[in-house]
Design a protein around this ligand. Sequence first.
Ligand SMILES: *Cc1c(COP(=O)(O)O)cnc(C)c1O
Length: 370
Amino acid sequence: MTTELHLQAPSASGLVWNVLPDAEPTPDAEREAILADPGFGQHFTDHMVDICWSEKGGWHRPRVQPYGPIPLDPAAAVLHYSQEIFEGLKAYRHADGSIWTFRPDRNAARLQRSARRLALPELPAEYFLESLRQLIAVDGAWVPSAPETSLYLRPFMFAKEAFLGVRAAKKVAYYLIASPAGAYFTGGVQPVNIALSTRYARAGHGGTGAAKTGGNYASSLLPQTEAYEKGCQQVLFLDGSYIEELGGMNLVLVTDDGRLITPESESILEGITLASILQLAQDRGLTVEQRKVTIDEWREGAASGAIVGAFACGTAAVVVPIGKLIADDYEIVHEGDASAELALSLREELTGIQYGRVEDRHGWMVRLDA
Ligand SMILES: *Cc1c(COP(=O)(O)O)cnc(C)c1O
């Protein structure tokens, strides 16, 4: 319910934001109960941001409003042709209570790259950053403070024009919602098993693999369902014989001489966690190789001892060691390998920076509540 309309002074980005506060926000005690055990993606804060775009008017009417259903015409193009993109990043509470996020410029730039590929308009980076600040200004109390918890920020954009003809929509909406997230691992980081998908691909040459778009996830759901049945949490996708990535995380192999190898491909999503982990590894003097890697190189390397482990990385889980890769007729087993130590120590350093425990020597952190 909305009772007031606050017109705020123009923000740093020059946009004038309308803030419509929720007249009945979640009571403090209820919010605290949610923050004590938030899970992932189940609870949402009291507000959301939306910014409209039209071919004629460009980006306009930025506002913060109570969280709730989005009115959508049944003919809205997104419902028919999947013209949609999204981002994912987190707000972290530091020990002094301040609220920070990690490399949001990278998310803003990636949202623009995804937009180009999906024929959506590019949201200026300063509007993106301002949307994060505006939401934190009203919903900052939703950023939990227990170790490894965060407020997951989910910006997304979709074609809302009501038109069944097939072309790029002339009316688009950008939204930002937020959801408190608990520690991904409770009781210590556990290695995961992943299934090798030889039947299904998540992306093709010239396709949308490098864009963060819902369609890539939709096509990964059937293989993921089959993987669950084999006791695997995730799927590794291939491009022919070359390894690519998991449904929503990038992959890194670790060699016995301390090199980190990650697949290079035009159809992989460029992960910000991956880039950051590789930077921290290079800072330690480790060698990083970004190149094509075949599944046979991994299999033979694991057998000979040249490849001593593997891990997956992404914003939600940060870094997850891979215990086993399960293929149709063989398994690669890394459980108990010493390389998990390297993955975990890189994880510790990265989360240390994100939570303000470790010096941010690359200037990656951006404060949101000031
Ligand atoms: C978001 C995503 C990643 C991880 O990217 P981060 O920026 O590290 O969160 C990896 N693969 C896919 C397919 C993704 O959508």
